[in-house]
Design a protein around this ligand. Structure first.
Ligand SMILES: [Zn+2]
Ligand SMILES: [Zn+2]
Length: 416
C-alpha cells in the first residue's frame, strides 16, 4: 500500500448486492463472468474470487464450465492459445509496444448488457474490456513487450467467433530535408498514365512515367533496412519536375509501411544515401518521426525563395522598373492549365514580397524572389495566356519564356 493512497474498499456483501446476485439464478455463468457482473464493486479481488464469495452466500446459482458460459463461451479460458496466435502472427516483426483488442459476437455483448439490467448491477465490467486488459497483461509478460494505447508498433485483434488473431503493423516514420539537383526527377513515384502501373509498351514495362523519383531514391536503402512493404512520401509541397530544390532542402516525412525491422542506423543510412543518390538528391537531418509530423508537413504553407531565369525582348532597365510594381501587390492566379487536371479551377490571390534582378544579358534575365506559399512562378513570369494577372510579361508588354526555375529556400515561418 502506497502512503497516502486511500484504503481500498472491501468486497462488502451488502443486502443490496446479495439481492442483485439472487436475480442471476438460472443463468449459467463461469466464475470469471459471475464475478465480473460485480467487477467494479470493491477492490483487490479477481473475478473468480468474487464469484467464490457470492456462491458461498447465495444458494442456487448455476455454475457453468467456461465453454458453457452464457456470456463468454470460454473466451477467458484460452489464454495460451491467444498468446501463441499473437506470437505466431507477429514472429516476422520487430516490436516493443503493442495495443490489443478483441472482436466479439454482438449477441454475447447484448446478453451481457441485458444481464446487468436483470441483476440491476451498476458495477459490471464488459467482457471485452476485461478480456483486452487481461490479454494485454499476459501478452506483455509472455513477450517482454509493453502494452500501450498510443504509439504501438503492432495492434492485435482477437477475433473470438473466428478464433484468429488479426495483426496490424504500424508504419515507421523518418523525417529529413532533401535537396534535388536533377531537373528530370519527380518528387514521388509517378505511375504510367496509360497502364496505371501495370506495365505497358509506352512505359517499356516499368509502369512509371519516370524511371525514378526523389521518393524512390530516398526510400531504397530504408526499404532494404526495414523490409517494409512499401513507402509513402510526404513532402512539404513539391517543386516542378524540372526545378531544382536547393538551400536547406525541402522537409519531408518518409512513411514505411509494415516494416519488419524498426531499429535504424540513421547515420549509416545517410551515408548510403549520399553514395546511391549522389548528384541527384541530397538528404540532411534524418531523424525518427511520427504521424503527427506528417500532418504538420502537409499543412504547412511556408514562403519560398526562388531563382528564375527567363528570356524575352526586354531591356534590363524596363525589367527593373516593372519589378518595382510587384512587391506585396495582389497577383490573381487562375489554376494553371498544366495542373488543371488535378486541381480545382479557381482564382487565388498571392503575393511576392521581394524580387531583384541578379543577372542580365541581352534578352535573358535571372531574378531572385520571395513568394507566398502556392504562388505559381512560371505563370507569374509568362502570364499563362492571361490566367495570371498582373504577370511580368503583361507589365513589360512582351512575351517571356521561363528557361529554368530553382527553389532556393523554404522558409520556416508562414510570415512574409
Ligand atoms: Zn464466462
Ligand atoms: Zn505503362
Amino acid at each position: 500500500m502506497e502512503v497516502g493512497s486511500p484504503e481500498p474498499a472491501p468486497f462488502e456483501l451488502s443486502p443490496e448486492l446479495l439481492a442483485s446476485v439472487g436475480r442471476l439464478r438460472g443463468t449459467p455463468l463461469c466464475p470469471e463472468c459471475l464475478g465480473r457482473v460485480y467487477g467494479r464493486w470493491g477492490h483487490g479481488l479477481t473475478n473468480p474470487d468474487r464469484a467464490e464469495r457470492l456462491q458461498a452466500h447465495v444458494e442456487g446459482l448455476t455454475r457453468a464450465a467456461p465453454t458453457d458460459c452464457f456470456l463468454c463461451a470460454g473466451a477467458f479460458d484460452r489464454w495460451p492459445t491467444w498468446i501463441r496466435r499473437a506470437q505466431e502472427a507477429s514472429s516476422l516483426y520487430e516490436w516493443r509496444r503493442f495495443t490489443c483488442g478483441s472482436r466479439w459476437d454482438p449477441e454475447l455483448l447484448a446478453r451481457e448488457e441485458a444481464l446487468w439490467g436483470i441483476a440491476a448491477s451498476a458495477w459490471g465490467e464488459s467482457a471485452r474490456a476485461a478480456f483486452n486488459r487481461e490479454w494485454g497483461k499476459r501478452l506483455s509478460e509472455a513477450t517482454g513487450t509493453e502494452g500501450t494505447t498510443t504509439d504501438a508498433d503492432l495492434l492485435f485483434v482477437a477475433d473470438l467467433p473466428v478464433g484468429r488473431v488479426e495483426l496490424t503493423i504500424a508504419p515507421l516514420y523518418v523525417e529529413g530535408r532533401y535537396r534535388k539537383l536533377d531537373r528530370t526527377l519527380p518528387q514521388t513515384r509517378w505511375p504510367c498514365r496509360r497502364c496505371r502501373g501495370r506495365g505497358c509498351a509506352s512505359c517499356s514495362g516499368s509502369g512509371k512515367m519516370y524511371p525514378t523519383s526523389v521518393e524512390e531514391l530516398i526510400a531504397e536503402p530504408f526499404l532494404a533496412a526495414t523490409g517494409a512493404e512499401g513507402t509513402r512520401f510526404h513532402g512539404m509541397g513539391r517543386e516542378d519536375i524540372d526545378a531544382r530544390m536547393l538551400g536547406r532542402g525541402r522537409p519531408f516525412v518518409l512513411e514505411l509501411r509494415a516494416p519488419r525491422r524498426r531499429t535504424l542506423d540513421l547515420p549509416a543510412l545517410a551515408a548510403e544515401l549520399a553514395r546511391t543518390a549522389a548528384g541527384r538528391v541530397e538528404v540532411d537531418g534524418l531523424a525518427p518521426s511520427d504521424a503527427h509530423r506528417v500532418l504538420q508537413v502537409k499543412e504547412a504553407s511556408p514562403w519560398k525563395s526562388y531563382r528564375v531565369t527567363f528570356t524575352g525582348e526586354a531591356d534590363v532597365e524596363k525589367v527593373k522598373e516593372a519589378l518595382r510594381l510587384v512587391p506585396l501587390r495582389a497577383i490573381a492566379q487562375r489554376t494553371p492549365t498544366r495542373v488543371a487536371h488535378r486541381r480545382a479551377d479557381r482564382v487565388r490571390t498571392r503575393k511576392i514580397a521581394e524580387v531583384a534582378v541578379v543577372a542580365a544579358e541581352p534578352g535573358r534575365f535571372t531574378l531572385d524572389l520571395r513568394a507566398e506559399a502556392g504562388t505559381y512562378i512560371k505563370e507569374w513570369v509568362e502570364g499563362d495566356a492571361g490566367r495570371t494577372e498582373p504577370s511580368l510579361a503583361q507589365l513589360l508588354g512582351v512575351r517571356l519564356s521561363v528557361e529554368a526555375l530553382d527553389v532556393l529556400e523554404i522558409h520556416d515561418s508562414t510570415e512574409e
